[in-house]
Design a protein around this ligand. Structure first.
Ligand code: HEC
Ligand code: HEC
Ligand code: HEC
Ligand code: HEC
Ligand code: HEC
Ligand code: HEC
Length: 459
């Protein structure tokens, strides 16, 4: 009878502890989702604030025209040379209406060269200031169009602090918030488990005391003469089976370990400039071969020299606010572009090279051992294989990593599976005729063409 009682009380304690644990985790879950809501509200509030700000901005520029229409015109006609708040090829346009009269602006924008030629003092001064760079004339624009453009450029610079504070504050809040609460949950769990152990030990002790006090004889386990390990050691069959098992397991792990030697799949070094393939090759759709131009014609693909970057970055000195992600802010990306300017010695304020250059030391990601020969043009141009087949979804990589294992097995497997593109290649016609007869097939894999011969890949 007493035994039954004892069991009851143990299971009751356990049940009680489980309930406590469960309610703990529940309340923490709620707290977390509640804080999530707070962040949502904070972000919304911040957005409303900025919406308000741009409302007032529009009303300030009301006298001029429609900033939305102006934005379109500005982006298509003027953005290549002008920025609203920063000097580019031409001056920053924000504030021009206070620098010049409207009539002056109409005639300047329609034909600035004519004004300079006519000797207008303001026109000549600004022309000289910008090293006599000619601005394109826009005779097609009506005064109304120009009003719209000016309304757009005269919008006050949006206060980034409101958005950044709200957004980033909210984001980091949620980040640290969830970090703290998971820590707390883990701490509480550890504490509860510790408590459980202590309680169990105590319960065990009291029960023993209780049993002793009420004179219950706790049956000691029957111990046979032999301890279990001795019984095991005397059974030869069991010993052999177990040792074979351990040997096989050891061999398995050793093989796995050795096969990994020299394989750097997923290697992802930190580069001197955070260059995002996602932004360039993905979002902006820049062709791989625009930058890696030698992939088509030579053994190596190479990494582009920095003057290739400057083809675009002379005018792209900062990223659009929409480019920022949760992990990387606009400020972060802008700083990375500043690093590029620093390296090529480009002064964005004067739009000229200073001549002070610092080479960028990109860290090489893919690297075959010296005894293996690999050629890009053979695969990219002759075989017509997409870069992504070997390098993975590069256009989605924020930071580039090695996608394929680059082992010999990887090369050979593909050579066995991939058919050679024989179309329109006079060089292949004859070989194809002979080999397809030899193998009795219409299509030939690279392997059947000899791409598994050691000498093709090893010097
Ligand atoms: C080809 C480049 C180029 C384009 C395109 C261009 N501009 Fe300009 N703009 C300049 C340059 C350079 C100057 C400085 C004066 C000079 O050197 O002629 C200038 C000056 C100006 C000025 C005088 C600014 C001041 O502070 O005095 C205004 C206003 C202006 N541009 C408006 C426009 C508008 C509006 C458009 C689009 C419809 C436009 N520009 C398109 C290059 C350009
Ligand atoms: C705007 C120029 C640009 C474009 C477009 C571009 N890349 Fe790159 N690529 C770079 C630069 C710079 C590096 C060196 C820095 C790095 O590794 O991230 C690089 C590195 C690489 C590497 C690693 C090289 C190594 O060290 O082993 C591979 C592979 C690569 N690119 C493939 C591609 C593919 C595939 C595409 C098209 C989807 C592409 N790239 C588009 C500029 C570019
Ligand atoms: C058949 C597989 C394959 C294809 C297709 C391929 N690559 Fe590679 N790529 C490699 C291998 C293997 C290496 C390592 C070469 C080495 O270390 O010698 C490499 C290295 C590179 C490198 C590092 C620099 C260099 O040349 O060694 C860049 C950059 C690169 N590839 C870009 C590209 C681009 C861009 C394309 C598409 C136009 C492309 N690759 C297509 C297999 C491939
Ligand atoms: C074909 C045009 C083009 C070329 C070439 C180009 N970029 Fe860019 N770059 C862009 C555009 C577009 C953006 C994104 C602007 C935005 O989002 O508002 C960008 C953004 C960036 C950024 C900020 C985002 C990021 O990737 O971290 C850096 C840094 C950058 N480029 C570096 C380089 C370097 C280094 C090279 C040369 C290897 C290069 N770019 C070549 C067009 C180009
Ligand atoms: C995505 C598939 C693929 C991968 C991966 C690949 N190759 Fe190839 N390779 C081909 C094809 C297809 C050809 C045949 C090209 C042709 O001549 O038309 C080829 C041809 C070759 C040739 C020329 C063979 C001959 O008969 O002349 C060599 C050498 C070669 N590859 C080396 C390598 C090496 C080294 C690797 C690994 C680092 C590799 N390849 C990985 C598809 C691949
Ligand atoms: C399609 C190209 C290709 C062919 C054909 C090829 N190999 Fe390799 N081999 C490689 C590459 C690539 C590596 C480097 C693999 C690595 O770094 O993990 C390699 C590595 C090796 C290694 C070093 C061990 C290792 O795995 O790293 C030996 C040994 C070797 N090859 C022998 C041979 C022999 C023998 C043949 C002919 C039967 C042959 N290879 C044919 C591409 C090839």
């Amino acid at each position: 009878m007493e035994k039954v009682n004892i069991r009851h009380s143990i299971s009751k304690t356990l049940l009680f502890l489980l309930v406590v644990l469960f309610s703990f985790s529940q309340s923490f879950g709620q707290e977390k989702s509640a804080s999530g809501q707070d962040n949502g509200e904070a972000i919304q509030a911040a957005q409303e604030e900025t919406a308000g700000a741009s409302d007032t901005a529009e009303s300030a520029a009301d006298g001029l025209g429609d900033p939305a229409k102006g934005k379109e015109l500005f982006n298509s006609l003027c953005a290549s040379c002008h920025k609203r708040y920063k000097r580019s090829t031409g001056p920053a346009l924000n504030g021009v209406t206070s620098r010049h009269s409207m009539d002056w602006l109409y005639s300047w924008i329609k034909n600035s060269q004519a004004m300079i030629a006519s000797g207008d003092a303001e026109a000549v001064a600004i022309y000289e200031e910008f090293n006599q760079t000619a601005m394109t004339p826009f005779p097609q624009l009506s005064n109304e169009d120009i009003d719209n453009i000016l309304a757009y450029v005269e919008q006050p610079k949006p206060e980034p602090t409101a958005v950044v504070d709200g957004g980033a504050g909210g984001a980091s809040g949620s980040g640290s918030g969830s970090g703290v609460s998971t820590d707390i949950i883990l701490g509480v769990l550890a504490f509860v488990l510790l408590l459980l152990v202590v309680v169990l030990v105590l319960v065990n002790k009291t029960l023993n005391n209780f049993a002793a006090a009420s004179g219950v004889e706790l049956s000691k386990k029957e111990t046979s003469g032999k301890p279990i390990w001795r019984a095991f050691a005397e059974n030869q069959f069991l010993v052999i089976v177990t040792s074979i098992f351990f040997l096989l397991a050891a061999a398995y792990f050793a093989y796995g370990y050795l096969m990994q030697v020299g394989v750097d799949q997923t290697y992802q070094p930190v580069q001197p400039i955070h260059f995002s393939h996602r932004i360039h090759a993905g979002d902006n759709g820049v062709d791989c071969k625009y930058c890696h131009s030698s992939a088509r014609v030579s053994k190596t693909s190479g990494v582009p020299s920095l003057n290739v970057c400057m083809n675009c970055h002379k005018v792209i000195s900062e990223v659009a606010p929409e480019t920022a992600t949760e992990d990387f802010s606009k400020e972060f990306y802008d700083k990375e572009i500043a690093k590029l300017y620093n390296a090529v010695g480009w002064d964005a304020t004067t739009q000229s090279y200073t001549g002070e250059e610092q080479p960028v030391k990109w860290v090489r990601v893919h690297n075959l051992p010296d005894f293996a020969y690999y050629n890009h043009s053979q695969h990219v141009t002759v075989a017509g294989i997409e870069c992504q087949q070997c390098h993975g979804p590069v256009q989605e990589m924020e930071v580039l990593y090695q996608f394929a294992p680059l082992t010999m097995g990887w090369c050979i497997n593909c050579h066995r599976e991939t058919n050679v593109n024989l179309e329109g290649s006079g060089y292949y016609d004859k070989i194809h005729e002979q080999l397809s007869k030899k193998y009795g097939v219409e299509t030939l894999t690279a392997a059947q063409m000899g791409a598994t011969e050691c000498g093709k890949c090893h010097y």
